[in-house]
Design a protein around this ligand. Structure first.
Ligand code: OGA
Ligand code: NI
Length: 337
């Protein structure tokens, strides 16, 4: 894995292949922090109120943060420590620790999974692995740092529980069955541990370019270092790091299932020149063969489906082909054409 940014970033200025075309550069490096991205207290006992808050945030922003979410804070600290320790290993160790499964349920990449074909690169290394069912996949996870499996096993189990609780609230807010997501639509649970080393010129590059997550939801542990921005009302706003909160964002799948009621939010990651930033995304996504379509309960003669039915695999190939062009993607998915 000779390409990993963390392997060479200390010795070089920003290579040309990381310099984005002017219109894709971060522009102003200090954008305002969004003071209106909701912070929802899941410890509240009024379920109707929680459902309402989550639903409104998912409609308006496609983003919210949750606190009092039930995932123990020491488990969040320990997980963040082993994530950082993993990315601090030598390139050789990282290659060994991520090549235990011939079917590649665990792997490491740099920039994006399309490194070989992309026009320019992003300032990020990513460790990706499946996490459910745990018994099936944990044998392929890294064994260095030594506590990786012992800590990340319970961490992913807890965050997954939180994710399902949020999906249930979202379903209730939409007025569809609370277990709408309980089978194929949530079968693929993947952890992506992102690492963004300090960058020699944050104004010219990004950690992750503008995108919508393709799947259901992402429960993100963002650590205490700022970097995540959301595109809201044609402007970039920053997502404030809040200690022990999770950032939740709605993916494209929920936009389709809700027939456009909920928003798959566009976001990106900026880098900084001082400190490394490590984050962990737990994605709850469909399995490849699962049919992705607007929920039947939301469709009738006066509310026609805006999106075609597709298997998630076919949806993903259209998502990848559209790259980050969200208009082009809307067009190929729309029933109007
Ligand atoms: C992602 C993502 C944001 C971050 O993993 O899809 O948008 O702050 N991550 O690392
Ligand atoms: Ni994302």
């Amino acid at each position: 894995m000779e390409h990993l940014v963390s392997g060479w970033c200390n010795d070089r200025s920003l290579p040309e292949s990381y310099i984005l075309p002017p219109e894709k550069r971060p522009g102003k490096l200090t954008v305002p922090l969004a003071n209106n991205i909701p912070v929802i207290d899941l410890g509240g006992h009024d379920q109707t109120d929680l459902i309402q808050q989550i639903f409104e945030a998912s409609q308006e922003f496609g983003f919210f943060q949750v606190i009092n979410h039930g995932v123990p804070s020491n488990l969040m600290d320990e997980a963040m420590s082993v994530f950082k320790e993993f990315h601090a290993l030598s390139g050789e160790d990282k290659a060994i620790e991520t090549s235990k499964d011939p079917n590649k349920s665990c792997y490491i990449y740099t920039s994006s999974p399309n490194y070989a074909t992309e026009k320019f690169h992003f300032w990020r290394d990513g460790l990706m692995h499946h996490c459910n069912p745990l018994e099936k996949y944990i044998q392929f996870w890294p064994e260095k740092p030594p506590r990786y499996r012992e800590v990340v096993g319970p961490y992913t189990a807890e965050v997954r529980k939180l994710g399902f609780r949020i999906l249930e609230f979202i379903s209730q807010g939409l007025g569809i069955s609370p277990d709408h997501f309980s089978s194929g639509l949530s079968e693929n649970q993947t952890l992506l541990v992102n690492h963004y080393p300090p960058c020699p010129d944050p104004s010219l590059t990004l950690g992750v370019g503008k995108h919508r997550d393709p799947g259901g939801i992402n429960i993100l542990l963002q650590s205490d270092v700022y970097g995540l921005q959301v595109f809201k009302d044609e402007e970039w706003v920053g997502v404030e790091p809040i200690p022990y909160a999770f950032v939740v964002n709605i993916g494209y799948l929920l936009q389709i299932i809700s027939n456009g009621k909920l928003k798959g939010a566009e976001h990106r990651v900026v880098t900084n020149s001082n400190v490394a930033r490590t984050t962990a995304s737990l994605f709850i996504n469909p399995s490849s063969e699962t049919l992705v379509e607007p929920a039947k309960a939301l469709i009738d003669a006066s509310n026609p489906a805006f999106y075609k039915s597709l298997t998630y695999k076919d949806f993903l190939s259209k998502y990848i082909a559209a790259s980050s062009d969200s208009k082009a993607l809307e067009e190929v998915l729309s029933t109007a054409l």
